[in-house]
Design a protein around this ligand. Structure first.
Ligand code: 6PG
Length: 253
């Protein structure tokens, strides 16, 4: 029996960021209680900015509750640019959140995306092994994996038609993305799916067709890479605003 998709539709803007922040805090408090730290893979682009700002906001309800000193930040994917580049997902998270919260520098695990792409991917995989210290054959299990969705149904840097969608061995890869004429560095499906909690955070009508294709469309991971995200032993929540959910046949608000 296919595991039911957990899907929530909220009003956009602040309500979406607030619902996502509640998810982060709930999982962070549980992870610290259970194993003394919280590991989270951040997504990039623009949708998560409101969430990151809200988590860090000094007069918001989340900053004081966040176990910043026990949280380890990784990125599910990164553009192949230096850390101070306008396209850098690391820079975006630094400017909207990390620069203004008490997270130890050693807990911020950025992709060395200024290096040649393959070298950056290999280095990042080493960083995962160093922190998670997995036994042979085990995968790094993030407490939380935040994911976005592109209008072309890509997620992380798994773009339509790229072979990384089918990667089963490597944890981090450096695919060439023809659509953007650039390399990306990205977690592969095994790592993305090993997380205890995956949250797809999607807003805007421009994503509605991709949301419908991924959730209700025929299985075709090459065309709709978001479909490859299926938690192996965790749970998945889709958090959508009304516009992003507008083409779904059955939405629960
Ligand atoms: C990136 C992201 C990517 C993002 C989607 C949605 O590096 O761009 O990690 O997977 O989540 O492209 O981006 P928006 O939220 O900006 O629409």
């Amino acid at each position: 029996m296919e595991k039911l998709i957990d899907l929530r539709v909220v009003d956009g803007g602040d309500a979406l960021a607030r619902a996502a922040a509640e998810e982060v805090l709930r999982t962070a408090e549980a992870a610290v209680r259970e194993h003394g730290r919280y590991t989270i893979a951040l997504s990039g682009g623009s949708t998560p900015k409101a969430l990151y700002r809200l988590l860090a906001s000094a007069d918001g309800p989340f900053r004081a509750r966040m176990p910043w000193e026990r949280t380890h930040f990784f990125w599910g994917d990164e553009r192949h640019v230096p850390p101070d580049h306008a396209d850098s997902n690391y820079r975006m998270a630094r400017e909207t959140m990390l620069d203004s919260v008490p997270v130890p520098a050693a807990n911020i695990h950025r992709v060395p995306a200024e290096e040649p792409a393959e070298a950056a991917a290999a280095a990042y995989e080493r960083e995962l092994r160093e922190l998670f210290q997995p036994v042979e054959g085990e995968l790094p299990r993030f407490d939380f994996n935040l994911m976005g969705l592109g209008p072309d149904a890509h997620t992380a840097s798994l773009f339509p038609g790229t072979s990384v969608i089918h990667e089963t061995e490597r944890w981090v890869a450096a695919p060439w993305v023809e659509a953007h004429r650039t390399y990306r560095i990205t977690f592969t499906p095994p790592v993305l799916n090993a997380a205890a909690r995956i949250l797809f955070l999607v807003s805007g009508g421009d994503k509605a067709a991709a949301v419908r294709a991924v959730i209700e469309g025929p299985r075709d991971v090459d065309r709709y890479p978001g479909q490859v995200v299926k938690p192996a032993r965790g749970t998945l929540l889709w958090l959508l605003d009304r516009e992003a959910a507008s083409l779904l046949s059955d939405t629960r608000s």
